[in-house]
Design a protein around this ligand. Structure first.
Ligand code: GDP
Ligand code: IMO
Ligand code: MG
Length: 427
């Protein structure tokens, strides 16, 4: 099995968790490389549903090693709770199958507080953040005042860094936000304690993974969020604060690009997004309701209703280029089973001009008119289909058309949330 990066090619929630879970059985290591517990990856095993936020989706397969790479930001309380919850459900999680880079940056309560206060101030131009403190933690990382997992193991180091951080942050809280701030002693004791609990999981991610490659073992890199939420290549500023795209897998783990064999993008058969920001193919209210209910489109992390719309080939073509996608996995075909007509957006019209490439200017995305191709639906239940050949004719035509427009092969098709509702392909 080669080393594969799996990325979201839309605005997140494409079904990465499910695809990672399916591919995990043929991989030795599964690694998260960016983001934090803003992610919510749902995996269904038999009749049981698991929602993973920080721990790679490979954890549900025995014998796989899961690694949280240096590019991830970790809320230790959230990580600890996730470990405990999995154990309660009978999943083995210990230092044999979970490792955390000692270079991950740590989320503190002041990150969550400042995020909330900033979002409140933004008013109608808010980002719609999940409120997990992700952005402020990455801000500290870039500002070179961040606190990393290894710092939690060193009393004096944590003392010095936390003291300096809190001094400045509490001043900002009080002077700008009229908020009392945080007590040093409480946070210091609490985070030293997290350090003690998490020490056994700490690793040097780059060494572990490069050793594994040298031994001929294989790695699955699990992207969180999606390309359009990438800090550089997404719909900035309505993005997350990390590189969700394929390049992030290398910087976020210490594995070189020449060790990567393939990149797979996950797309939904339509589009969704949670939070604010432009969404050219967003449905009108009646269709929104229908697809949201059929697709159970509610956020796995915050429970917010997801905004839904038609498949947007302009954004997915952008994802294919930015990530160098070798193939795509198309999920949730079954959600379109009851649709009379199905649309694919192939370009945007802006001020009378046709725009076929994803624009950097967010004004264009906000004010463009999507240009659609319209196809008849298949009006048949696809949820038990096991082979491409057995899909209804119009479903095959839809997939074929997507593949032609995107100039990319479809390697996996998913028709339900279960492992068995998946088939490999070569469309
Ligand atoms: P992720 O963040 O990319 O891992 O995606 P989420 O887990 O947040 O959202 C995808 C949702 O769709 C989950 O509830 C999955 O169980 C579900 N799902 C995945 N593939 C399919 C599919 O082919 N059909 C249906 N109906 N549900 C799916
Ligand atoms: P998975 O991995 C969908 C969105 C938020 C918000 C923006 C910034 O499950 O696909 P942040 O908390 O990062 O400051 O939020 O990004 N967002 C996601 N949307 N799926 C996700 O993860 C997301 N993670 C963040 O809704 O619009
Ligand atoms: Mg999700």
């Amino acid at each position: 099995m080669p080393n594969i990066i799996v990325v979201g090619a839309q605005w997140g929630d494409e079904g990465k968790g499910k695809i990672i879970d399916v591919l995990s059985k043929d991989s030795d290591y599964v690694v998260r490389y960016q983001g934090g517990n803003n992610a919510g990856h749902t995996v269904v095993v038999g009749e049981r549903e698991f929602v993973l936020h920080l721990i790679p989706s490979g954890i549900l397969h025995r014998g796989k090693v899961c690694v949280i790479g240096n590019g991830v930001v970790v809320d230790p309380e959230a990580l600890w709770n996730e470990i405990i919850e999995l154990r309660k459900k009978g999943i083995k999680v210990n230092e044999d199958n979970l490792m955390v880079s000692d270079e991950v940056h740590i989320i503190f309560p002041y990150h969550k507080a400042i995020e909330r206060l900033k979002e409140d101030r933004r008013g109608s131009s808010k980002i719609g953040s999940t409120g997990r403190g992700i952005g402020p933690c990455y801000t500290d990382k870039a500002d070179r005042c961040g606190i990393r997992l290894a710092d939690l193991f060193e009393k004096d180091m944590l003392y010095e860094k936390l003291k300096a951080n809190l001094k400045e942050k509490n001043e900002i809280f009080r002077k700008i936000y009229n908020f009392k701030g945080f007590s040093f002693k409480e946070l210091y004791d609490q985070y030293l304690n997290y350090g003690k609990r998490l020490k056994r999981y700490a690793c040097n991610c780059s060494i572990i993974l490069n050793d594994c490659i040298a031994k001929g073992k294989s790695i699955l890199f699990e992207g969180a969020q999606g390309t359009l939420l990438d800090m550089d290549h997404g719909t900035y500023p309505f993005v997350t604060s990390s590189n969700a795209t394929a390049g992030g897998a290398c910087t976020g783990t210490g594995v070189s690009p020449n060790k990567i064999d393939s990149v797979i993008g996950v797309v939904k058969a339509y589009t969704t997004r949670v939070g604010e920001g432009p969404f050219p193919t967003e449905f009108p209210p009646d269709l929104m309701e229908q697809i949201r209910n059929k697709g159970k489109e509610f956020g796995a992390t915050t429970g917010r209703p997801r905004r839904c719309g038609w498949f947007d080939a302009v954004i997915v073509s952008h994802s294919i280029r930015v990530n160098g996608l070798d193939s795509i996995a198309v999920t949730k075909i079954d959600v379109l089973d009851d649709s009379n007509t199905i649309k694919i957006c192939v370009a945007y019209k802006y001020k009378g001009k046709l725009c076929e490439n994803f624009p950097g200017d967010i004004n264009i995305l906000n004010n463009c008119e999507p240009i659609y191709e319209v196809y008849p639906g298949w009006l048949e239940d696809t949820s038990s289909v096991q082979r491409y050949e057995d899909l209804p004719l119009n479903a095959r035509r839809y997939l074929k058309r997507l593949s032609t427009i995107l100039k990319t092969k479809i390697s996996i098709v998913s028709v339900g949330s279960k492992r068995t509702q998946t088939f490999y392909n070569n469309i």
